[in-house]
Design a protein around this ligand. Structure first.
Ligand SMILES: [Zn+2]
Length: 316
């Protein structure tokens, strides 16, 4: 039987994937349109993106379901397709691996609003939407659920509980931090510090603590976050920084860190103890290929085969 993701990464680190949203735009998705609906209308294009990540070395693929909750899909008049969009997302992720072994992480992003009393949504509305999405992802065969780009612990806890209710075997909580104006530290938009987030996730039953996206959270800052997570939890840590900062060039959003620049941050992340390393907005299969190279060299220097197992233990 396939090992659980949280167990495998205690033996060796794995490589994640790169951005989906910016890749969908490159494949023709227009700003403001529903990328998740492409799981049903253009599955070939979603598959092509994820195949490129697998070919570049990704061992974990995140499904194209970031905005796949009923609340998000309703904004695109796609509420009739919640279950299909999410199940198709898992199926495409699995197809991308072909015969290779890999982990499909079912993606749940923010519901895109605020809970009462700050906003219009009730806890029960959000819970119902995330439970429905998590159930579809788990029924579709996802190996894990990742609740991503989170800024509030209240919303995160609804996501974790929804994944638990769906029977997810591995639950990843991933926060989006912003570097403060004076540059001294980073916290989420709702003021949550990484130590607090990690403790909260562990208390609530997450298996992996993570960070993704955010503002100003380049590779060095991601390393700081790993250290801060590790200071309060023994859970494995996953990181997916953006490819630098977004710049508007010819009315197109371009991220400014090259694969080579980002790849320089991979070994420090591994040394700090990161267990899954991928990347977020603006990154490409070329970024993942550059990560693969330095990660492979690092693991080889430690006597760890990147396809699993320590050399000395491989006897006939
Ligand atoms: Zn991002």
């Amino acid at each position: 039987m396939k090992k659980l993701l949280q167990d495998v990464i205690r033996e060796r680190p794995l490589l994640g994937d790169g951005a989906m949203g910016t890749q969908l735009m490159l494949a023709g998705l227009e700003q403001g349109n529903c990328g998740e609906a492409w799981n049903l209308t253009h599955p070939d294009r979603v598959l092509a993106i994820q195949r490129r990540y697998v070919e570049a070395g990704s061992e974990c693929i995140i499904t194209n379901t970031f905005g796949g909750s009923r609340i998000m899909l309703t904004r695109h008049s796609e509420a009739d397709h919640v279950v299909e969009v999410n199940k198709a997302g898992v199926e495409i992720g699995r197809q991308a691996f072909g015969h290779r072994e890999g982990y499909v992480l079912g993606d749940i992003g923010p519901f895109g609003g605020l809970l009462q009393p700050f906003g219009d949504f009730t806890v029960s509305q959000v819970r119902a939407a995330l439970e429905e999405q998590a159930a579809a992802l788990v029924d579709g065969g996802a190996d894990a659920i990742i609740i991503e780009t989170q800024t509030s612990l209240e919303e995160l806890s609804i996501g974790i509980k929804a994944a638990q209710a769906a029977g997810a075997k591995c639950i990843i909580g991933s926060m989006a931090y912003d570097v403060t104006l004076d540059g001294s530290t980073f916290r989420t938009m709702m003021g949550i510090e990484p130590e607090r987030a990690a403790e909260f996730m562990e208390e609530h039953g997450a298996h992996i603590v993570a960070l993704n996206c955010g503002t100003g959270m380049e590779m060095q800052r991601a390393r700081d976050a790993v250290v801060r997570y590790k200071s309060v939890t023994t859970l494995p840590v996953m990181v997916q920084p953006n490819a630098g900062k977004p710049q508007l060039i010819n009315m197109k959003v371009v991220y400014d860190e090259t694969p080579e620049q980002m790849a320089k941050g991979v070994v420090p992340l591994l040394k700090a103890g990161a267990s899954i390393i991928g990347s977020c907005c603006g990154s490409t299969p070329e970024h993942i290929r550059a990560f693969r190279k330095v990660m492979g060299e690092f693991l080889e220097s430690k006597g760890i085969e990147s396809n699993g197992g320590r050399r000395e233990s491989q006897t006939l």
